[in-house]
Write a protein that binds this ligand. Structure first.
Ligand code: PEP
Ligand code: MN
Length: 365
């Protein structure tokens, strides 16, 4: 891809003393008390450079909490007054931008569901002409690098130079352990194209659940991202949106202290071609294993079904059909047929083992 971006270095608009930028705050601004208490507890922990909050929430289905709108901006302005923390919010249309500017919001971000739509992004870019404000662009929900790049080009066309990318992962066609699969190679490729563009990881929206936050955050740091945006709420379980992925400001503090920040040259540096290719391979291997785990989970269900219907584990005809079909698919994909045959023999063996385990489990109950 041929593209060029003129980007103001991040440290010129937010001074983090060379440390990774931390943007922390609730998924959504819910009430004045929730915003102020969360803000003050974040401030007391001392890790955050910017406070985030959703004022308008893009929800997959209607009927969910869609954000408090303008009143939330008043609460956020008060939070900024009390803590001194600059504010970042998501904007999805020109009216949002107008209101954000009216209430002194410092950083804007474009959400994943907006980045996918060039009409929408162009409207935002047009509304930003002549405005000097940092704009962060989340990756589109689908893994299309050109859409992500296109959004930056539209903003650049409007004269915005304080830019940053937020990597929040990509929607899954099938269930994986992540709410949004990281597909690290997309961010690596972005950084390869635009080494000067700050890359900010969003482990909260990748994870979807607290238990995965730590490993994702460490991986983000290992890849030398420029920062992270993480959701934190005064009472996570009671959050009106994204409850399962939020942690308290204090838990976030403990997490951040436990993470290891690598030296610039340590680990898989983005700008290193070899590391970039290895990161791709690591990611593909992870995905292979996730797909295998999904397959085995279905196999387990199949085993239960066969057990309940009293069907034998192995049906030779079915296996012969699978075998022939996979070999044909392999040659269509340019893969060495013998290799794929061996691979599926192993996968089949494991499927049989799994189903036998299910059968046996039933006899011990
Ligand atoms: C958010 O940051 O709360 C949000 C809505 O994220 P995304 O656009 O990544 O889904
Ligand atoms: Mn959220």
């Amino acid at each position: 891809m041929n593209a060029n971006l003129d980007v103001v270095p991040m440290q010129e608009w937010i001074n983090t003393g060379g440390k990774p930028l931390i943007i922390a705050g609730p998924c959504s601004a819910e009430t004045e008390e929730q915003v102020l208490e969360t803000a003050n507890r974040i401030k007391a922990e001392g890790y955050a450079h910017i406070m985030r909050a959703g004022v308008w929430k893009p929800r997959t289905r209607p009927g969910s909490f869609e954000g408090m709108g303008e009143p939330a901006l008043q609460w956020l302005a008060e939070a900024k007054k009390q803590t001194g923390l600059p504010l970042a919010i998501e904007v999805a249309n020109p009216e949002h931008i107008e209101l954000a500017l009216k209430y002194g919001v410092d950083v804007l971000w474009i959400g994943a569901r907006t980045t996918v739509n060039p009409f929408n992004v162009q409207d935002l870019a047009d509304a930003l002409k002549g405005v000097d404000i940092p704009v962060l662009v989340k990756n589109p929900v689908n893994p299309d690098l050109a859409l992500w790049v296109g959004a930056f080009e539209r903003l650049q066309g409007a004269g915005i130079k304080k830019l940053g990318a937020i990597h929040r992962g990509f929607s899954n066609a099938q269930e994986t352990k992540y709410r949004n699969s990281p597909m690290w190679q997309m961010a690596v490729e972005m950084k390869r194209l635009f080494p000067q563009l700050p890359m900010i990881g969003d482990p909260s929206h990748m994870a979807g659940k607290r238990a995965l936050l730590m490993e994702l955050s460490q991986r983000i740091l290992d890849l030398n991202y420029d920062g992270m945006i993480i959701e934190t709420h005064r009472d996570p379980d009671k959050a009106w949106s994204d409850a399962s992925q939020q942690v308290t400001p204090e838990v976030l503090g403990t997490m951040l202290r436990e993470l290891e920040v690598r030296q610039a040259n340590y680990g898989a540096d983005f700008t290193d071609e070899l590391a970039a290719m290895r990161a791709k391979i690591d990611n593909i291997d992870r995905e292979l294993m996730e797909v295998l785990a999904t397959r085995m989970a279905i196999v387990e269900k199949l085993g239960e079904y066969k057990r309940d219907k009293n069907v034998a584990v192995l049906q030779l005809d079915r296996w012969k059909a699978v075998h022939a079909d996979r070999a044909k698919q392999a040659s269509g994909l340019g893969l060495y047929t013998e290799f794929v045959e061996e691979l599926f023999k192993l996968i089949h063996l494991e499927s049989i083992r799994k189903q036998t385990e299910v059968m046996n489990a039933s006899t011990t109950v």
